[in-house]
Design a protein around this ligand. Sequence first.
Ligand code: UDP
Ligand code: MN
Length: 518
Amino acid sequence: IGEKKSVCPILEADWDDLWDQFDERRYLNAKKWRVGDDPYKLHAFNQRESERISSNRAIPDTRHLRCTLLMYCRDLPPTSIIITFHNEARSTLLRTIRSVLNRTPMNLIKEIILVDDFSNDPGDCEELIKLPKVKCLRNDQRQGLVRSRIRGADVAQGTTLTFLDSHCEVNRDWLQPLLHRVKEDYTRVVCPVIDIINLDTFSYIESATELRGGFDWSLHFQWEQLSPEQKAQRLDPSEPIRTPIIAGGLFVMDKSWFNFLGKYDMDMDIWGGENFEMSFRVWMCGGSLEIVPCSRVGHVFRKKHPYVFPDGNANTYIKNTKRTAEVWMDEYKQYFYAARPFALERPFGDIESRLDLRRKLRCQSFKWYLENVYPELRVPKDSSIQKGTIRQRQKCLESQRRKNQEVSNLKLRPCVKIKGEDAKSQIWAFTYTQQIIQEELCLSVITFFPGAPVVLVLCKNGDDKQQWTKTGSRIEHMASHLCLDTDLFGDGTENDREVVVNPCESSLMSQHWDMESH
Ligand code: UDP
Ligand code: MN
């Protein structure tokens, strides 16, 4: 298939003598999983399995065969690799670094900058700087990944910045194709294809290449299949894929371009939303985003965050995404608020300096972005928000939330007013996506049998278990065609009814609901 594009020898470094200074066994043994402990407790992945695997292990080369025929010249400029971490497992952190040292030509690594985001154990920096090329900074308080990455970028000496998560394994020749694209055009921000390191078994799994980043109006990232037309246009499977948004953790960007475009929004905390802000800004202010299929990096995808969000996970995500919407989305931010009505009342700090930046850079409008970069994102016809109490006679639907919990209970309780206002736990919104939502939680039904309890879970767009239609005074669950109802199975008292779904029966008063707007 095809001819070799350019022929340059790849020099692999001989690291052996450099490794002597680092006592790997001592480093790993000091923080090992102990028999009897839950191996998922600290990191939300199988720590025990990770520790069984060598830090040097081989992984399958998942690139298309065509990629193996491309050769990259050695005159690519060396890059600064920036890895921030907060309480990362030693085994995964070390494997990330070793995979970089093993599978990257030495002359392309300016340095590896670790930023320890105030992990409980300060020992990682002290040990890991014994590794070749490795520097380490430690924050003296928790900053979150955005400010940590900026700190790393500010000290970087390379002309490009390469960001990685702290639980990755880079694959063969991962860096050259990325640096090549940025060298050709410094306004490109480029990502590898992110392969999957299974969180239970740590097996390395190839992911599909014909994907790009997308999102919905609630500003949740999702991978999207290329359309049939886009696929048909791709004659060469090694060609980069332009993407509306990047996943966020793994990318290469020219350092001057990073600085010129305003780095990151410094007021975003802990985790989340920064990839939207970065992606909108890059596209709208003259750059582009792409995924390079010949570059492969494995990443441990987790189901939840193992670390603490000092302000709560949902609050932080809403603050960060709201900042993005307010600065970059112009009048289209109404669709974000229609999908996340409770974000409207949330504090999001001062955005003046980011608005100044946008003016100074003379960036395009969000309308331009939608038309030119992401025409596939449908603009909803209706962005109205219906918000208020959901009543059954004198009683109200009420959430019983525990702080920072992702699931909470639902009850029918006497309606409560506090200083003339409806109680927060009794205010709901019907969204245009047909969800019944309170803060970040949605009414959902897990099983579809009559009498099944209605629960409150994290909202997920496109999940028909969370969709409801209101016809007259009935609220029907779309996936099961059952109706919102209450019964006495709770503690048996009239004051504490359980909320359930039952076959629709218009004569039943317990299926009769009124929405009283707020
Ligand atoms: N991280 C950090 N400070 C934080 C939260 C996260 O430095 O307050 C690091 C984390 O250790 C990881 C990267 O940021 O290297 C991305 O976080 P995570 O892997 O949890 O996000 P995900 O990949 O699940 O989106
Ligand atoms: Mn990660």
